[in-house]
Write a protein that binds this ligand. Structure first.
Ligand code: PEP
Ligand code: MG
Length: 591
């Protein structure tokens, strides 16, 4: 047995066989283009075919030299297909008349030929399908050499092991068969960790190369609570993990009585307890844990579950289903936040040198207007059936907010003109997750209805630490004085401008921080569902005035270390006092 240590990314325990993620299939990235993009898309198509032609020529020459002309004939036939008039005409005409991007148009042309060949009896013609698909893959990779996606059929419960996983790849897994995630890369606020916590699947990240060494099928024990992996665990370790899992279930059941109680302090201050949702399957858990609504619906995951961009109609249906699962409760739909570590090839958000400073969130949406408008229209339309809210990610200035609001106004005008049902007065908010947004929170709050602090990004950008890089994950310090000051000033600025202020980053799920969040004056905390009861319990125990004193003291300290140490002592002292007072209190006692 060997023990490996990584970053505890999602709590929980599991034992099972390793299933390694392989990357092999290409994705087709489809989007609509504007008329003036036609020449550029045509040129991209010609360039991609040119690259594929060069590669095939080199391959043919090599095969001819090594194995003879006969063996190279298959490459010759692919080279001929590449010049096929039918493929060229249909691709170029689709770009021009259907205003589809080059990859989408090319894949469509191949698809049409394949379906024709598929219907034929003639075996040799049907065999051309494999060649065509091979060619299609080559050309699609020529458009984007990074175009590779993990595919993994999980036929039995397994521990999924990879160097890292894109959110689109994670969302595509058969999650019911995922016992745990084990990754070489990533930190506690990376997207695998967030999704794992939301789904209640244990995860260990940041194994720095050790995960890639784990062979397929090897039995491993995973302790996501402390971040340990045990290869070929012995009986003692298996028993321990099983006992810990049972204890976790017992603690969780003990808090069930809190489900329908409000998160209200003994001195009568209420905070809304909301759930963060990536995939609709998480809604059941959110309802079971007593969420008062959805404080952050990361809509990009709904896109990642599709091979193609979901249409407006598809989105209306999906968003409507979410609202119906939360009757009468607010659901904050955050518009697409691709880019950063949430790259989806088919959406065209590419890998970049500085991805978190790149083409991300609202920047991506504002430069893909038709995609953005379709999403906003869908949210407005679904809003006719529930308490939908709309929120923009990665805002860095008032200009972006105004541009996004203009798209909302256009969407409302269009929907009115079309005579469609929609929620015209939908509240609109902004995520405060860049330092610039935090500094101008008063201006932003003056032009929308609410602010929601995205502490994962706000910490990453304020402390200049890449949230997905395990080497700098030690710098993720929510109690850094700069972070506490920033959050407090955002809350005060938002309130002064008449907006309510919430927080939806991972720091909202940390039990030790519950008093701090209360004392910072947040109106709403949104977290992964499993964290709801514990956070609520702390709020029900804590006077607002006491929480404010805690924050005042923490903010006066100069380092995150001092703040962490002071808070740990404070929380321990409170716990002991509570135990001495015979917790739970009579008003909270289960029947
Ligand atoms: C955040 O940045 O805190 C946030 C909630 O958004 P995401 O984690 O999706 O970037
Ligand atoms: Mg964010």
């Amino acid at each position: 047995m060997r023990e490996l240590s990584g970053i505890p990314a999602a709590p929980g325990y599991a034992v099972g066989p390793v299933r390694r993620v392989q990357r092999d299939a290409v994705q087709v990235y489809r989007r609509s283009i504007a008329k003036d993009e036609v020449p550029e898309e045509r040129a991209r198509f010609e360039a991609a075919v040119g690259t594929a032609r060069e590669e095939l020529t080199v391959l043919r020459d090599k095969l001819t030299q090594e194995l003879g002309a006969g063996e190279a004939a298959i490459i010759d036939s692919q080279l001929l297909m590449l010049e096929d008039e039918l493929i060229w005409d249909s691709t170029l005409s689709r770009i021009r008349t259907q205003l589809q991007n080059a990859e989408g148009a090319f894949a469509h042309s191949i698809g049409v030929i394949v379906s024709q060949l598929d219907g034929l009896q003639e075996k040799t013609l049907r065999e051309r399908i494999a060649d065509l698909r091979d060619l299609e893959e080559r050309v699609l990779r020529a458009f984007d050499p990074e175009n590779r996606r993990a595919t993994l059929a999980l036929d039995r419960p397994s521990v999924v092991v990879a160097r890292d996983l894109a959110p689109s790849e994670t969302a595509a897994l058969e999650l019911e068969n995922v016992l745990a995630f084990v990754m070489d890369e990533g930190g506690a606020t990376g997207h695998v960790a967030i999704l794992a916590r939301s789904l209640g699947i244990p995860a260990v990240c940041g194994l720095r190369g050790a995960a890639e060494q784990l062979p397929e099928g090897l039995e491993v024990g995973v302790d996501g609570t402390v971040g340990w992996i045990y290869t070929e665990p012995d009986e003692a370790i298996r028993d321990r993990l099983e006992i810990l899992a049972q204890q976790q279930r017992t603690v969780s059941r003990k808090l069930d009585y809190l489900r329908d109680l409000p998160a209200e302090t003994p001195d009568g201050h209420r905070v809304r307890m909301m759930a963060n949702i990536e995939l609709p399957v998480e809604l059941t858990e959110a309802v079971d844990r007593g969420a008062e609504g959805v404080g952050l619906l990361r809509t990009e995951y709904l896109y990642f579950q599709h091979r193609d961009i979901p249409s407006e109609e598809d989105q209306v249906v999906t968003y409507g289903q979410v609202l119906r699962r939360m009757p009468g409760k607010p659901v904050i739909f955050r518009t697409l936040d691709v880019g950063g570590d949430k790259v989806s090839d088919y959406l065209g958000a590419k890998r970049e040198y500085n991805p978190f400073l790149g083409w991300r969130g609202i920047r991506f949406s504002l430069s893909n207007r038709s995609l953005f408008k379709a999403q906003i229209r869908a949210i407005y339309r679904a809003g006719a059936h529930g308490d939908a809210h709309l929120m923009f990610p990665m805002i860095s200035g008032v200009e972006e907010l105004r541009e996004a609001l203009a798209v909302c106004a256009e969407a409302r005008d269009e929907l009115t003109a079309e005579g469609r049902e929609f929620r015209a007065d939908m509240p609109i908010g902004v995520m405060v997750e860049t330092p610039s947004a935090a500094m101008i929170a008063d201006h932003l709050a003056g032009e929308c209805q609410f602010l929601s602090i995205g502490s994962n990004d706000l910490i990453q950008y304020t402390l200049a630490m890449d949230r997905g890089n395990s080497r700098v994950s030690y710098l993720y310090r929510p109690l850094h004085p700069a972070i506490l000051r920033t959050i407090r000033s955002v809350v005060d600025a938002g309130h002064a401008a008449g907006a309510w202020v919430g927080l939806c980053g991972e720091m909202g799920s940390e039990t030790r921080l519950a008093e701090v969040l209360l004392g910072l004056g947040l109106d709403e905390i949104s977290m992964h569902s499993a964290a709801l009861p514990k956070i609520k319990q702390v709020i029900r125990w804590t006077e607002l005035a006491e929480a404010r004193r805690v924050v005042d003291h923490l903010i006066s300290l100069r380092t995150a270390e001092e703040a962490d140490a002071w808070l740990a002592d404070y929380v321990e002292g409170r716990k002991r006092a509570r135990e001495a007072a015979d917790s739970p209190g009579p008003e909270d006692a289960p029947a």
